[in-house]
Design a protein around this ligand. Structure first.
Ligand SMILES: Cc1cc2nc3c(=O)[nH]c(=O)nc-3n(C[C@H](O)[C@H](O)[C@H](O)COP(=O)(O)OP(=O)(O)OC[C@H]3O[C@@H](n4cnc5c(N)ncnc54)[C@H](O)[C@@H]3O)c2cc1C
Length: 592
């Protein structure tokens, strides 16, 4: 089953939830109109459909291979990557002064979704390059920027993110890689990094590694970590002292090489400091925040791909006789249970897409708003939404891909249809770029307290405003959407107060115990509100005489989400309020 980029749904989400029209009207997006965005996305969709998607299954079967220190990507990968970069897709969000097109994160996010639907193993590489570009733009010296940015923006070179070491995964305070001052302004880097995505490959002539390491006199913990740029090849063409030791054999994304990297076999790899000494983690967070939204988009992407595949199969596969059918076997889509699975897949995907695109627009405003107070507000909104976008979208990516296998029955469990590959590929996204457990802790302990809780309160108020509109307009086709959504938003409000109180009174155990159910609760309320906002826009367009049948579908999907998925909010609220006490009592089960 091939992929078809859902450009209409994407553009509708950008316009009616993520605020593309509003941002364009405010002058935030320069010349970018909804029509221009649609034209660009149709072109991106064609590239994703025609060039990347056909490589996905073969990339999975053949994977990347390692021999004598070199990594060879799967057949067709190199040509596709070069065609993709030459078409300007890598440069789309890049700064204009370094050859980029300077287009917004929102537009690029829609493209990132498409590249990753076509192939997650392909899409993850550019995510890291784009993150590195942002870190260099914000933190690197003029000299480093002028030497590296042009080629990274064009995609002639790629970049990596080197954080993880065997003893330092979620806890980067444990990093041991070393950096020595060489006395000439450069540094010598030694150490081992594991799980480095596209750490070595044959797609480009050079690879630019961004590496976290410690100086000899650095304070312990995260305050003693610095960030360095370490190229595979130095400016004079000599090979730097960095090599790939091996690549991993893993569950999914086989075509994305996951490398163990060794720095400094021969005295130390030459590196240049990015930002200030011992302030590396803050610089790396620029890259990681960008990458966290992009990984959330991978969740949306794989969910969309799995949904399209399952829908196609459910229309073709015949088993059993549907209620009311008179003879022969019916297509399985006629059975209520299969319909429920498909609707759940579609509704979760649409909600996650809306949350990711809202996050992207907040990031754009945080960069582009003229007024400092509005910029700060947007920045805090982006900070609040980023862990939700990452964790919810990648969790549902897994859930939707698993439902996709279920819709296929036994044919989903064997490799022939491709449904199994989506499930295997989806599994990494809740783990990398900070596990989803870490995202939930970030949301509760660092993001809820932003501006004394004002940021989250404003977000909840925006959800309430949508509920108020639903109640006021009282449209029969929306069924019980308004009361169900109102309940979800009120559950979120109470759980938020509980956790804000826990954080401010230093009741850490209470806050941490409720973090993961809280993140899900936030996403259910936010996702439901976003789908309702789109459905209200669809209803208004239909009332104005626009006969697009997709409008009725958008209202039905919003209603399904509110009546069947958002109703889980109350249970999640109870779990959050039960908090540490619930866990403490239950822990007896782990000891027995
Ligand atoms: C395919 C792949 C690609 C990757 N690409 C890169 C890359 O390009 N660059 C890079 O630097 N790294 C990369 N990684 C590493 C990845 O980011 C880490 O695996 C991830 O951050 C988790 O670290 P860990 O594996 O050490 O797990 P651990 O940190 O050991 O965590 C194990 C479990 O414990 C939980 N946990 C840990 N600490 C806490 C806590 N304080 N509170 C609550 N729960 C906790 C986690 O949520 C998790 O469920 C990649 C990994 C894979 C598998």
């Amino acid at each position: 089953m091939t992929y078809r980029a859902p450009v209409q749904d994407i553009v509708f989400t950008m316009r009616h939830v993520a605020g593309l029209d509003r941002a364009a009207a405010d002058g935030i997006y320069g010349d970018l109109s909804a029509d221009l965005a649609q034209t660009i996305l149709e072109e991106a969709g064609r590239f994703a459909n025609d060039v990347i998607a056909p490589l996905n299954a073969e990339g999975d079967r053949r994977g990347a291979t390692f021999k004598d220190g070199a990594v060879t990507t799967a057949p067709g990968w190199k040509q596709a990557y070069r065609a993709w970069a030459e078409a300007g897709w890598n440069a789309l969000p890049g700064p204009v002064e370094y050859g980029g097109q300077g287009l917004p994160t929102l537009l690029n996010s829609a493209c990132v979704e498409m590249w990753n639907s076509a192939s997650m193993a392909f899409g993850i590489g550019p995510v890291l390059t784009m993150g590195a570009i942002e870190a260099l733009v914000q933190h690197a010296s003029d000299d480093l920027r002028s030497r590296y940015l042009d080629k990274l923006v064009s995609g002639e070179w790629t970049a990596t993110m080197n954080l993880t070491e065997p003893q330092a995964g979620s806890d980067l305070a444990a990093i041991r890689s070393r950096a020595e001052r060489a006395g000439d302004g450069t540094y010598r880097i030694t150490g081992q990094k594991i799980f480095i995505t596209y750490g070595e490959h044959d797609l480009t002539d050079n690879i630019v590694h961004l590496v976290l390491a410690r100086l000899p006199d650095a304070p312990a913990g995260t305050r003693g970590i610095s960030l360095f740029l370490v190229p595979k090849f130095l400016a004079d063409g000599t090979r730097n002292d960095v090599r790939c030791h091996s690549i991993e054999h893993k569950l999914g994304i086989h075509a994305s090489p996951t490398c163990t990297m060794i720095f400094g076999d021969h005295g130390g790899a030459v590196g240049w400091l990015i930002g200030e000494e011992n302030r590396g983690l803050a610089c790396m967070f620029t890259m990681m925040n960008n990458a966290r939204l992009a990984v959330g988009l991978q969740g949306v992407a794989i969910a969309e791909r799995a949904y399209q595949q399952a829908l196609g199969y459910a229309n073709e596969r015949r088993q059993g006789r549907a209620i009311g059918a008179h003879d022969g076997m019916s297509p399985i889509i006629a059975h209520p249970d299969v319909q429920r699975n498909l609707l759940t897949m579609k509704a979760l995907t649409a909600a996650a897409r809306a949350i990711c695109y809202m996050t992207a627009e907040a990031i754009d405003r945080a960069h582009l708003e003229q007024d400092p107070a509005r910029r700060k507000k947007a920045n805090e909104r982006a900070s609040l939404l980023t862990p939700v976008a990452k964790a919810f979208s990648t969790d549902i990516g897994m859930e939707v891909a698993s439902l996709g296998v279920q819709v296929h029955g036994g044919m989903g469990y064997v490799e022939e249809t491709g449904a199994a590959q989506h499930l295997r590929d989806a599994r990494i996204a809740p783990i990398y770029e900070g596990t989803n457990g870490i995202q939930a802790i970030d949301l509760v302990t660092r993001k809820l307290p932003l501006s004394g809780g004002e940021t989250v309160r404003a977000q909840i108020a925006s959800m309430r405003a949508i509920v108020t509109r639903l109640l006021k307009e009282n449209i029969p086709a929306f069924g019980a959407t308004a009361p169900r959504l109102r309940d979800a938003v009120e559950s979120l409000d109470r759980a938020t107060s509980h956790l804000l109180q826990a954080v401010s009174s230093n009741a850490q155990g209470e806050a941490l115990a409720g973090a993961t159910p809280y993140l899900r609760l936030f996403a259910l309320a936010q996702g439901g509100a976003a789908l309702a906002e789109m459905a209200l826009a669809a209803n208004a367009q239909a009332a104005a005489g626009d006969g697009d049948p997709a409008h009725a579908g958008r209202i039905a999907l919003c209603r399904f989400f509110a009546e069947n998925i958002a109703i889980g909010a109350k249970g999640l609220e109870d779990t959050v309020l039960g908090g540490a006490g619930f866990l403490q009592d239950a822990n007896l089960a782990l000891a027995s």
